[in-house]
Design a protein around this ligand. Structure first.
Ligand code: PHE
Length: 340
């Protein structure tokens, strides 16, 4: 019987040495020390022993039980430690590795230009107004001195969405909408940025584009004020060396009307491909607000005068960034947009 016990002990030690996880250890505990385990099985034969043998075998059995329990505890601790080390090893983070770059966006060139225009005029005391992109014929044409069959409507090929409603062809309707609200307050200095729509589509025209309208009304506003304001704008936008010139033009809602050119920034006015060898680049339309427009908006043209101008944001972006095809501004191609 002592032999049996020693053999059992040796088996248990060997099994414990080989065990790799806690489940296995538990299995060994049950197999050797459990109520129906091997040790109990051996001890069941104790009754057959003589009275002298019994205490010795009993002691030996107890020693073996204790030894197995000790080893179990030691192996359990070892295995737990090994699992922990393995986990730490697996989850190790190398904080010196370069990070994953974070994709950041940037402002669209049109947004950047529009904000630059806004900043320049905010600095001159203007405030910003907006108007609807789907506009009434009344505000887009009629109130701007463009009655129903006026030939000047041809200058602005339009998208009508109903008999009296269209996608606005310019930001000028915001002049009338604003004045209707501010009358009779003076002075009024407003810029109105926004999208406009015309039936044009080629390298320098898009059916949707952006304008910034500007106007100022007060007592005794003159053409000199208009020219001074736009000269300041041109210098801030295109650089101190920029010169301006005003050519007579026609808009039904201004009288007199003009187109403003700036000296070509590419050649400094000497003439080059960009300015078609003229030395000048057209950037906006402007004029003194027509008395009839003041009148329909509620202001008295005998008391009040004003100037107005409207510029294309795309055109200014193209000049400033030397872009020769307007369509790249709407393509959303990152290879283009990342350059700004
Ligand atoms: N609304 C005109 C256009 O779109 C521009 C303009 C605005 C001209 C204000 C004069 C005064 O062509």
């Amino acid at each position: 019987m002592e032999q049996q016990l020693k053999k059992l002990m040796a088996e248990a030690e060997e099994a414990l040495a080989r065990a790799e996880d806690l489940d296995e250890l538990n299995g060994i505990r049950v197999r050797f020390l459990g109520k129906n385990g091997l040790l109990t099985g051996v001890l069941r034969g104790m009754s057959k022993l003589s009275a002298e043998e019994r205490p010795r075998v009993g002691r030996l059995a107890n020693e073996i039980r204790e030894k197995i329990e000790d080893t179990l505890a030691r192996r359990a601790a070892e295995i737990k430690e090994k699992v922990k080390t393995a986990r730490l090893e697996a989850e190790k983070i190398d904080v010196t590795l370069p990070g994953t770059p974070f994709l950041t966006g940037s402002k669209h060139p049109l947004t950047a230009i529009q904000e630059e225009i806004e900043d320049i005029f905010l600095g001159m005391g203007y405030s910003i107004e907006e108007g609807p992109e789907i506009e009434l014929d009344y505000y887009n044409f009629e109130a701007l001195n463009l009655p129903k069959d006026h030939p000047a409507r041809d200058m602005q090929d339009s998208f009508f969405v109903g008999p009296e409603m269209l996608l606005r062809t310019h930001t000028s309707p915001v002049q009338v909408r604003t004045m209707e609200r501010t009358v009779p307050a003076l002075p009024v200095r407003v810029i109105a940025p926004g999208r406009v729509y015309r039936r044009d589509d080629d390298a320098t025209h898009s059916p949707m584009f952006n304008q910034v309208e500007g106007f100022a009304i007060d007592k005794r506003v003159t053409l000199g004020d208009l020219k001074g304001t736009l000269q300041v704008f041109a210098e801030k936008m295109f650089g101190r060396q920029t010169r301006t010139r005003f050519r007579p033009s026609y808009f039904p809602f201004t009288e007199p009307s003009a187109e403003m050119d700036i000296s070509c920034g590419m050649c400094g006015g000497k003439g080059c491909r960009v300015c078609s060898y003229t030395g000048w680049l057209e950037i906006l339309g402007c004029g003194m607000i027509h008395p009839r427009v003041l009148e329909v908006s509620g202001y008295d043209p005998e008391e009040v005068t004003g100037f107005a101008f409207g510029m294309g944001v795309e055109r200014i972006a193209m000049l400033k960034y030397d872009i020769n095809d307007m369509r790249v501004l709407f393509d959303n191609d990152l290879r283009f947009l990342k350059q700004f």
